[in-house]
Design a protein around this ligand. Sequence first.
Ligand SMILES: Cc1cc2nc3c(=O)[nH]c(=O)nc-3n(C[C@H](O)[C@H](O)[C@H](O)COP(=O)(O)OP(=O)(O)OC[C@H]3O[C@@H](n4cnc5c(N)ncnc54)[C@H](O)[C@@H]3O)c2cc1C
Length: 410
Amino acid sequence: MSDKSVVIVGAGHAGVQAAGRLRELGWHGGVIIIDQESHAPYERPPLSKDLLKPDAQDDSALLRKASYFQDKDITLKPATSVLQIDRQKRMVALSDGSGLPYHRLVLATGSSARKLTIPGSELAGVQVLKTKTDALTLKSGLIAGSKVVILGAGYIGLEVAAAAAARGCNVTVLEFQDRVMNRVTSSVVSHYFQKLHESHGIRFAFGSAASHIEGDGRAERVFTTDGAMFEADVVLVGIGVVPHQGLAENAGLECNDGILVDENGLTSDPYVYAAGDVTRSICPFEGTSRRLECIQNALSQADQVASHILGLEPKKPEVPWFWTIQHGLRLQTAGIQQPEDEVLLRGNPADGRFSVLYLRSGRLAAIDTVGGLADFLPGKKLIAAGVELDRTLAADPGAGLAQSARPVAA
Ligand SMILES: Cc1cc2nc3c(=O)[nH]c(=O)nc-3n(C[C@H](O)[C@H](O)[C@H](O)COP(=O)(O)OP(=O)(O)OC[C@H]3O[C@@H](n4cnc5c(N)ncnc54)[C@H](O)[C@@H]3O)c2cc1C
C-alpha cells in the first residue's frame, strides 16, 4: 500500500462518495474523511421528509453502515474541523491541533443554510434546517396545534410545511415572490403545488418579507414589511443556502459564489479538488456557470474527482436532476429550466399526474414530472441528446415522449 493519502473535507454525499469511489477504482493509498459534525455520515433529503414523521428512526438515514468505512479502509474523523490549508506544504490544520499531509485534497464542504439577519432572528424557536441536529430540534417543536411560520416557499420550506401539517400544526408560509418554488419551476407546477398545500390547510402570504420577530426569549410573532403579523411557536427559515467556501478562499483558491472547478472537479490548484454543493462549474448541457444543490451533482462530481485522481477516463456527465416529495406527491425534475423557456404541458393537472416540458430553441432543456415517472427517463435522454421535439407529439400524453424527437437531419 502506498503511503499517499487523499484527504477529504466533509462527510456529506460528495465526500463519502468520493472516498468509496476511490476504493472501488483501486486507490491503494490512504483515504481520510474529516467532518466537523459528530453524527455518523447521514443522508440529508430525509431531514425534511421522513425524519419529521412521528415514527421515524433517528438512525434511519445513514449514508453507509459503520462497517463500510472499516471494510474499505477509509478513516473517518468526525467532530473535527479543517481550519486551514497550507498549499505549499500540502498540509491541512485540524481543530484538534494536529496537521495532516495530503497527496490530493478534496473539498466537499457543502453549503450552509442562509441565515436570517432581521431583528429577533436569534430568538429560540427560529431555526434553519440543514443538519440532523436541526431536524431533531424542529421535529420536537412540531406538536399538534402549534403555530409554525415558514419563511420561504422553496423545496425545504414546502416539505417542512407538509410534514408540519401532517402532524396537526397550523402552518403559514411567507414568501417574498408571488408563487411557490418560483426559482425552480413554472407557474403551472407552482400553482398545482400551492393548491395541494392549501387543501391540507396550509396558508400562504405571497409578496411577503419578514421584517422582525418578537417574543419573550422565544419567537412568538413574525412581522412583515407590509405590517402583517403572524403568531408563531416555531419559525423555520428556508431561504436558500450559501457555499461553504471560506476554507478554500482563505487558501487563495479561485471562488465566485462557489469554489470554481473544471469538468474533473479540479480547482485552481492541481493538488486540490472540490465536489458537491460548494462548487461552481460550467454545466455541459447549457454552457453556463452554475452551482447545483442536489444529490445527483454531489455524487457525480465525486465520481469525476475519484476518476481523475486515478488518471482514469471520467464518466459521461449526467443531466442534473432533483426530486421533492410534498404531501406524498413526487415532483421530479431533470435539466434546468429558465424563465424564458417555452412551456409545454403534457397531460392534465386535474388528473394529479402530468409533465411540463421546457423547450429552448425547440429542444428539450428541462422536464418536470408530477405524480408519475413515465416521462422522466425518456425526458432525461432527450435533454442529453439535445434533439428538437415535435410539439404536437410531445404535448400528447397518449404518445410516448421518446417518439416526439424529430429525426436529426443527415
Ligand atoms: C433538508 C434537506 C433536504 C434536501 N432534499 C434534497 C432532495 O430531496 N433531493 C436532492 O437532490 N437534494 C436534496 N438536498 C440537497 C442535498 O442534500 C445537497 O445537495 C447535498 O447534501 C450536497 O452534498 P455535499 O456533500 O456537497 O454537502 P453536505 O451534505 O452539505 O456535506 C458537507 C459536509 O462538510 C462538512 N464541513 C464543512 N466545512 C468543514 C470543515 N472546514 N471541516 C470539516 N467538515 C466540514 C459539513 O459539516 C458537512 O457535513 C436537501 C438538503 C437538505 C438540507
